[in-house]
Ligand binder design. Structure first.
Ligand code: DGJ
Length: 740
């Protein structure tokens, strides 16, 4: 195998080094106040005199010696809004006249729907608290889990709802957590989009009423992503207070951002209550997803750097090779066959591509869709996971052996949760799909969704994947998912319980991924859903990377990738270089531009490299070699979005700085020069002001007279000026700064 450019050093983000405070979780028994401190954040809640668990403070870290007054309910507002409604509770039951978003709504046997949760007890855990609430009268117990990360201050919150009564109850709405912010003016940032147009950063002032961000689709979705950031005042990349959060759930989800009748802002998120119903029989428990929340005083940039660091250290899995490492290894540079060959894969064609890929310095060769069953196009084959004998008469082994001989590892595309009606699997098990009996089954891309909530389906899916990985030397699975749900019936269950499909499906998906990783600890996995349709902190606990978007146009990618990084680390952001003119926008761009656009994330090549000229091959090879050197800084360093490509900007630029501040990497792009305007001065960020850094132009040039070596202070205050020659359409430059 080719050596990866692995960086063993712990890549802590610079701003976090100073913040390595020990976590603390304290409880003041006199005032009944709970306090959590981590990174630069303090979170405080307490039991108010009525017994409700009430939020007291969420914001910048205060001194350990500071104390907080006990929780006091907010007064009612005239006779229309009760104190119960106005008080920001940690986890409010729907009852007692609550009109704001409840955390929990239950219907009891007999029809009672009133739920009022009071503090019962708590225990201290390794990194926080478990606090138990109980309904004032009925045996519904809710355990709220709190765990704070000492480095970033990010707080993980979730709830376990338990029925200790003698009759079943139906949970109609269950949040993971509710967050409250001080009254004020905020800008809400969230991510929206569609297929091939994911990751649009949407920014709007918070107004009275509720803004609902959600997926009703059975999975995370391209249209909205379970992440938010609320900034005090207007949006600002570098300054100002930001409260942010991300929900770890890959099924239907909902986050409600609500400015209440007293102008206070609350954010409640968890299972999407739309079409939801979970029957808790006596003794049963429902665990919600985790809702992570954090705080930064360094604007949206600071917030995303905290999240990236948290994802790298706490969320992403390790493989057998990297177990025990503080962060996962940088992603292998991969080649993927999809845009080159489509469904038309075969042994000779893939081997020819593999030869070319290896010559470029690629580490991993991935064969995409088309290798199995009767898969000639998207009409047939999904569900039949045997190797197509016409395309691969000797099985996968000859191709895998060739890929290995060329110094790469081998990856394979699968879409395990789907079935084409034209497949042996569907002919044998038509009942295995999500459906309502006697109703039409709506196809998308000629496929139906297998009901993974069923144990027989779960076992089948796990079984074929386990066999595939046992019988073949496969290092990587690209796990695709190309449609959303329709007719979400589960007719094995009694009516009334069928809606549990929303929970059971996703749990089984996680279970399969976890079990596969356990049995095949060398295997890495990518989450793909027609591009970025299933990216969230839930799936990221089980996968090593995600497919960012099917849109590989390098110019569109600048905006998509910019949006992506508000919530997710560039480490997981797969970015392929594909052909020009691009199939989507018919735009022509240079190979250097395409390479640099993709090199901002985890690099892949997805072009038809058999057609590349010797010059193109040489350019790609040179830049892949550079990428290998810079990759740890690019994908695991602190990211500064210096100039955003959003809103039709003529220019854009990003900078990443590694944890020891010994290296920075700078990408700059011109969309289209207008009126001879030169590239703006780039004032760098995050360097050590006293250290000396050498500037190297990998692509492009700095302005004549720019010092070869200057202090971090010089690069940050004086800034870097680009050469006047850096003009035109779709131009790109790449610089590195290395500490001397
Ligand atoms: C959708 C994915 O996003 C593509 O990259 C490709 O794998 C196709 N599916 C294959 O059907």
């Amino acid at each position: 195998m080719k050596a990866f450019s692995l960086c063993a050093a712990l890549l802590l983000l610079p701003s976090l080094v100073a913040a390595q405070n020990a976590p603390s979780a304290t409880y003041d028994a006199t005032d009944r106040v709970f306090r959590l401190d981590g990174g630069q954040m303090t979170y405080v809640f307490g039991v108010n005199p009525r017994g409700e668990l009430q939020q007291i403070y969420w914001g910048g870290r205060v001194a350990a010696t500071d104390t907080f007054p006990p929780a006091r309910p907010k007064p009612g507002w005239a006779s229309f809004d009760s104190s119960y409604n106005n008080t920001p509770q940690e986890y409010a039951g729907w009852g007692a006249g609550l009109f704001n978003e409840p955390a929990l709504k239950i219907t009891f046997a007999g029809g009672n729907r009133d739920l009022v949760l009071h503090y019962l007890s708590h225990t201290q855990t390794a990194s926080g608290f478990d606090v138990v609430l109980k309904d004032i009268e009925r045996p519904i117990f809710v355990t709220l889990h709190y765990a704070i990360d000492p480095e970033s201050g990010i707080l993980a919150r979730s709830a376990a709802i338990e029925n200790r009564g003698a009759a079943p109850v139906t949970v109609e709405q269950a949040a993971a957590a509710a967050w409250a912010l001080p009254a004020g003016r905020y800008t809400l940032n969230y991510l929206t989009g569609r297929w091939a147009g994911e990751w649009t950063l949407t920014q709007e002032p918070v107004h009275p009423g509720a803004r609902v961000i959600e997926s009703r689709r059975g999975s995370t979705g391209h249209q909205a992503n379970p992440w938010f950031a609320l900034q005090a005042g207007g949006p600002d990349e570098n300054h100002g207070e930001v409260w942010f959060g991300a929900l770890a759930w890959s099924g239907s989800w909902r986050i409600t951002v609500e400015q209440d009748q007293l102008d206070e802002v609350r954010v409640t998120g968890g299972f999407n209550p739309f079409d939801f119903g979970y029957v808790l029989k006596p003794g049963e428990k429902l665990e919600t997803p985790v809702f992570y929340g954090g705080y930064s005083a360094q604007g949206l940039g600071g917030a995303s750097r905290l999240l990236h660091s948290y994802e790298l250290r706490r969320i992403l899995p390790r493989t057998a090779k990297t177990a025990g490492r503080p962060t996962p290894r940088p992603r292998p540079v991969l080649y993927n066959s999809w845009e080159a060959t489509g469904f038309n894969v075969n042994e000779a064609g893939q081997m020819a591509l593999a030869e070319k890929a290896a010559a470029l310095g690629v580490n991993r060769f991935v064969m995409d869709d088309g290798w199995f069953g009767q898969r000639k196009d998207d009409h047939a084959g999904l569900g039949d996971w045997y190797v197509n004998p016409q395309k691969f008469p000797h099985g996968l082994k000859p191709l895998i052996d060739r890929v290995h001989a060329l110094g790469m590892d081998f990856g394979l595309w699968v879409e395990p949760e789907m079935v084409n009606p034209d497949s042996d699997l569907y002919r044998k098990h038509p009942d295995w799909v999500l459906n309502f009996p006697d109703r039409p089954r709506s196809e998308q891309r000629n496929q139906l969704v297998l009901n993974l909530a069923r144990t027989d389906v779960r076992d089948y899916v796990f079984g074929f994947l386990d066999k595939l990985l046992t019988e073949n030397e496969i290092a990587f699975l690209k796990w695709d998912y190309n449609r959303n749900w329709s007719e979400p019936g589960w007719d094995q269950l009694p009516p009334g319980e069928e809606k549990e499909v929303y929970v059971a499906y996703t749990r089984n998906l996680y279970e399969i991924l976890a079990e596969l990783r356990k049995r095949h600890p060398q295997v890495e996995i990518e989450s793909c859903s027609g591009g970025g349709g299933r990216v969230d902190l839930g799936i990221l606990r089980y996968v090593d990377e995600v497919w960012t978007s099917d849109n590989t146009d390098p110019f569109d990618r600048l905006t998509l990738q910019d949006g992506f990084t508000y919530a997710y680390t560039p480490q997981v952001m797969m970015a392929w270089v594909t052909d020009s003119p691009h199939w989507l926008n018919h735009r022509s761009t240079s190979l250097v531009y395409r390479m640099l656009s993709s090199m901002q994330g985890s690099l892949g090549i997805g072009a038809n490299i058999r057609k590349w000229t010797p010059e193109e091959t040489a350019t790609a090879k040179r830049l892949i070699a550079t990428y290998h050197e810079l990759q740890p800084t690019i994908t695991q360093g602190g990211l500064y979005r210096l100039i955003s490509p959003r809103n039709g900007s003529e220019f854009s630029a990003t900078e990443t700085v590694n944890g020891s501040r010994s290296q920075a990497v700078l990408f700059a792009f011109i969309h289209s020069t207008q009126e001879e305007r030169g590239f703006p001065l780039l004032k760098l960020e995050g360097l050590d002001p006293r250290a000396e850094y050498k500037l190297t132009a990998v692509e492009g040039k700095a302005k004549e007279g720019t010092p070869a070596v200057a202090s971090g202070a010089w690069w940050m205050h004086h800034g870097l000026e680009m050469s006047e020659e850096f003009r035109g359409d779709f131009q790109a430059s790449l610089f590195r700064l290395d500490r001397q």
